[in-house]
Every structure is written in structure tokens, then in C-alpha cells.
Design a protein around this ligand. Structure first.
Ligand SMILES: [Mn+2]
Length: 397
């Protein structure tokens, strides 16, 4: 038997966090999640899977626009034509306020109701499969839903659980906090999880894990994105990650001593040979004071945007300056100490001591010391601390 496990499609997501986006790129971004879903459906048909499981957050919001709705209906109809059933649990982003307002999906689609429910189906090889799941009907579920799932019956060859939520103690979260042992005790062959956008395996055998988002939605969702193709091997269900996202968020490092007149052309040349489109956060390692200055006042980014071509397979959306010195990772200090002391720490003397020795341009130094930069720096530190404290949870809401 063979099925697809996907989640967090987030159709209709606005691709936040990009400034200075040319029109041609806006169109590509808007189509990215649609393209990823289209590729998944192509693969489902080619592989002739027995069914598809969608573990929540199909839409980015609970009131998706007509384009997002029509697109999903059209893709599900392609699966209907091939008689491929689809099992859907709605998540915290597309929770069902009113079942009357859910788009009319074709008959191959089974929607899980609010309460945990189990459906049965037969694979092409006449294996019996039980599929259990539920849908969000409000933004938050604070209780563990695992207890409501039935234990696997000896009548079924396979039992699959669909669960949109995050691991945690009861009372610790708003996304149906669950405990791994409770899942293990159901003796299922596979738990298809949704909600966490980073691909993550909580248990290898039998598999319990997240397929991650199908398309990276913002700069925190870097790297390849896609779905799991799951196949039976003996009495096991084994997932294989399959990338389908047409656009990937990446961080790239370029070291150059080119001056301001040639640096854009040189860096663009480094990214010329890409198969799939990349949104690049560029770390430019340079000691050239004019280039450094153009980075901090955003002029260099504007030059890259102006030089971008519709035929490019990349777009540089932000640039950070890096000097040759190694930067040690920040210790996990409480963010409030940063708020209190950042003004004292970032003085001209300190900056020069800390690696900006070669920077003699007063404008550059002043930029580092002005209130706006300090504020941005403080925000960046907070974000980073926040990320390291809460890990994957950051990627969710
Ligand atoms: Mn999500």
C-alpha cells in the first residue's frame, strides 16, 4: 500500500517579510504554494497512491479567498478523476467556523468532523485501512485529543492517525498538546502530524512525525519543502521525503573584495546556475568600507533589486554585512538585559574594538549607533533568543 502524507499547505499565504518585491516575483510567489500542491497531485496520480492524507492548515486563513478555494477544489478534482480518496483534518489556521462555508469538495474527499472519527477504506490490494482524525472548529484546542483515538483493531491491516498539533504537557499549549507515549499506546502503523512547519520525526518505527510545510512561507522556513510518500515494506509504513516547493528560502555567503562598481555583477554571477528558484538572504563578507556602507543604508539591496531580471532563478531579499572575524554565538541571556544595556554596549569605542577597525567612514559608524539600527539590532537579538528558546514552535504562527 502507498499513500501521501502532507500538511500545512497554507494556500493563500501572503509571503510576508519581503520588501521591494518586483511585480513579476509577486506573481511567482503567489503561485508557489499552488504549484507545490499541483506537483503533489501529479505525483499521487503517477504513483497511483491508494489515498492522500492532509493534516491541517490547507488554507492560510479560516476565510480563504476565492482563488485559494478554487485552486484546492480543482486539484482535488484531479484526484477524484483518478479515484484517489483524500482525508482532510482542518488545523488551527483553517479551522471551521461554519461547515456551510467550507468549499464544496468532490466526493473523493472525506472531511474529519470536530470529534475524533475513524473511517475505513480498502487499498487496491484489498488491505483494510482505518484512518482516524479530527478538525479544529476554533483557533485553539487546549486539550490532548489522543485519548479520543481508538486503539488499533485486529480487523484492520493498517491504522493511521491524523493529528494537527504540537507535543507538550496538557495546559502547556493551544494546539492540542499531546504526549508521545499516549500515541504509542494506540499501536498505529503511522501518525501523520501537521502544524510544525519543520520536517521532524518524533519516532521512527512505527513512524510518528511531521512532513513540514509544502512550501517555505517566510525566511524562517529555509531549505527543501514537500511531502512524504509513504509505502509499506513488510509490516512497516516507511515515509520518503519528496521536495515539491518551487521556491526555496536559503542563506548564502559570498566573500569578495570587489568595489561598489562591480560587486553587484560579481555576486549575481555566483547565483546564475540554479534549477529551482531561490530567495536569498545574503551574507556578504567584505572589508570594503563603501560596500559596507551601501549594505547598511540599503543602497546595495536596491541595486540588486534594480538589476534583477525576470529570467533570474534567484532573488536577493536581504543583505547582511560580515567581516572576516569569526563571530561567536550569543549566550542565551535573558532578553530584558539586552533592552537595558544595549545602549551602553554599542558605543563607537566598542564597535571599533569588536571588528570594525578598518571602518573609518563616520557615516557607517554613525549608522551602527543611531537609534533605528540599535532598535533593529535589539529586535534581531530578541528574535534569535526567542527562536533558540522555543525552537520549532516559532515556525508555526
Ligand atoms: Mn501551519
Amino acid at each position: 500500500m502507498k499513500f501521501i502524507h502532507a500538511g500545512d499547505l497554507h494556500l493563500g499565504n501572503p509571503f510576508g517579510g519581503l520588501s521591494m518585491t518586483p511585480d513579476w516575483l509577486t506573481d511567482q510567489l503567489q503561485a508557489a504554494t499552488e504549484t507545490a500542491v499541483h506537483r503533489l497531485v501529479d505525483d499521487a496520480i503517477t504513483a497511483a497512491v491508494d489515498f492522500v492524507v492532509l493534516a491541517g492548515d490547507l488554507f492560510d486563513t479560516t476565510t480563504p479567498d476565492a482563488r485559494a478555494q478554487l485552486d484546492l477544489v480543482r486539484e482535488l478534482e484531479r484526484l477524484a478523476t483518478e479515484n484517489i480518496p483524500v482525508y482532510v483534518g482542518f488545523g488551527n489556521h483553517d479551522y471551521v467556523l461554519d461547515w456551510q462555508r467550507v468549499p464544496t469538495f468532490p466526493k473523493n474527499v472525506t472531511l474529519f468532523p470536530k470529534d475524533v472519527t475513524t473511517y475505513h477504506m480498502q487499498t487496491k490490494n484489498h488491505e483494510s485501512v482505518a484512518i482516524s482524525g479530527f478538525s479544529y472548529t476554533q483557533r485553539h484546542i487546549t486539550t490532548d485529543q489522543v485519548a479520543e483515538f481508538p486503539i488499533k483493531s485486529t480487523q484492520d491491516d493498517w491504522h493511521i492517525g491524523i493529528y494537527h498539533g504540537s507535543m507538550g504537557e496538557v495546559g502547556s499549549g493551544n494546539y492540542a498538546p499531546f504526549n508521545l507515549q499516549a500515541m504509542q499506546q494506540k499501536h498505529y502503523d503511522y501518525w501523520a502530524l501537521g502544524h510544525i512547519h519543520v520536517r521532524e520525526t518524533l519516532q521512527k518505527k512505527p513512524f510518528i512525525g511531521y512532513s513540514g510545510s509544502i512550501q517555505g512561507l517566510d525566511k524562517t522556513e529555509t531549505g527543501a519543502k514537500g511531502y512524504y510518500m509513504v509505502e509499506s515494506e513488510g509490516n512497516e509504513l516507511v515515509p520518503t521525503f519528496t521536495p515539491v516547493a518551487p521556491i526555496t528560502w536559503v542563506t548564502a555567503e559570498v566573500r569578495t573584495e570587489r568595489d561598489l562598481s562591480t560587486v553587484v555583477q560579481y555576486v549575481r554571477g555566483q547565483f546564475a546556475m540554479k534549477d529551482e528558484f531561490e530567495l536569498i538572504s545574503l551574507n556578504l563578507i567584505t572589508e570594503d568600507p563603501n560596500v559596507l556602507s551601501a549594505i547598511v543604508n540599503q543602497q546595495l539591496l536596491a541595486q540588486f533589486v534594480a538589476a534583477a531580471q525576470t529570467t533570474d532563478m534567484f532573488f536577493i531579499y536581504e543583505i547582511q554585512a560580515q567581516t572576516q572575524e569569526q563571530h561567536l554565538p550569543l549566550p542565551a541571556v535573558d532578553e530584558r538585559y539586552w533592552s537595558e544595556t544595549i545602549g551602553d554596549v554599542f558605543t563607537r569605542e566598542q564597535l571599533q574594538k569588536m571588528g570594525l577597525k578598518q571602518v573609518t567612514d563616520v557615516d557607517v559608524l554613525d549608522h551602527f549607533l543611531n537609534a533605528q539600527t540599535l532598535q533593529a539590532l535589539q529586535e534581531a537579538v530578541k528574535t534569535q533568543l526567542h527562536l533558540s528558546q522555543i525552537g520549532d514552535e516559532y515556525h508555526v504562527d
